[in-house]
Ligand binder design. Sequence first.
Ligand SMILES: NC(=O)c1ccc[n+]([C@@H]2O[C@H](COP(=O)([O-])OP(=O)(O)OC[C@H]3O[C@@H](n4cnc5c(N)ncnc54)[C@H](OP(=O)(O)O)[C@@H]3O)[C@@H](O)[C@H]2O)c1
Length: 264
Amino acid sequence: MDFTGKTFWITGASSGMGKALSISLSKVARLIIISDRDKEGLQTTAAEISRNGCEVRVEVLDMAEADSIRRVADSVFSEGISVDGLYQFAGISQRSLVLDTPVEIDRRIMEINFFGVVTLAKVVLPHMVSRGGGQLAIASSMVGKFGFPYRSAYAASKHALQGFFESLRAENSKHNISVSILIPGRINTNISKYALTSQGTEYGKMDPGQANGISSAKAARQILHGLKREKKEILVGGSELLMVQIRRFFPSLFYLLARKIKPV
Ligand SMILES: NC(=O)c1ccc[n+]([C@@H]2O[C@H](COP(=O)([O-])OP(=O)(O)OC[C@H]3O[C@@H](n4cnc5c(N)ncnc54)[C@H](OP(=O)(O)O)[C@@H]3O)[C@@H](O)[C@H]2O)c1
């Protein structure tokens, strides 16, 4: 993938990895459409993109609202804009035990992390196919590969994304659609602060894992490196990524470690 002069749509772009990737790409891209719920945050990202001489379009979007996702996407395509890369970072985490969590919270997490991402991909994909190809990337997680305490619905949503987008890839590689699944480990963003508790409130704390994680800027560099090579899976982070290998090659050890995770 050569990013030069291309058009990208990036969700979750008001903060964290989505913001960092938007700013990095703006050094070479022609147009970046940035989406999120947070209009003010998007405007800050937009200002940085413009400073790099790249065109920017702000589309406020709640990923829990399928109708508004379709409406916004239709308005973008009705103007004849072609999207070369759709990179989806919008997502919400969780800090609650299965025993305490009502299914309504599980549904909310699935709605944002899975159905919202799928809805936007389904609107964009036909346009990519009809113009000969494109690149999709989604932010899964290490817990898209294994279950983890306090993350039941979050882990389920990321597993679901992996299954969906691997299937999409298998069906659409003949249309020159590449799919990269991002597997971030611990990245120093606000993801834990906005995580949902069993009450549906924000967790409000920075996890030590995230606090000690790599920066969003470093994560964006790792992501760009993988996207350029159209890697099917892009591991993002530091030594914590070892957990993926432990789960794969030493599952019994992994289960033992996971059981010992204390409340955060
Ligand atoms: N940081 C990590 O350690 C880590 C690890 C594994 C996976 N990930 C995944 O990486 C992605 C990016 O997260 P991040 O770490 O960069 O954290 P972040 O800064 O909190 O980014 C998440 C973004 O999603 C947006 N968002 C949340 N709910 C939304 C909704 N209903 N509609 C539209 N946008 C919504 C948030 O903005 P608003 O709330 O303002 O809308 C925010 O901009 C997420 O999918 C996350 O699950 C992160």
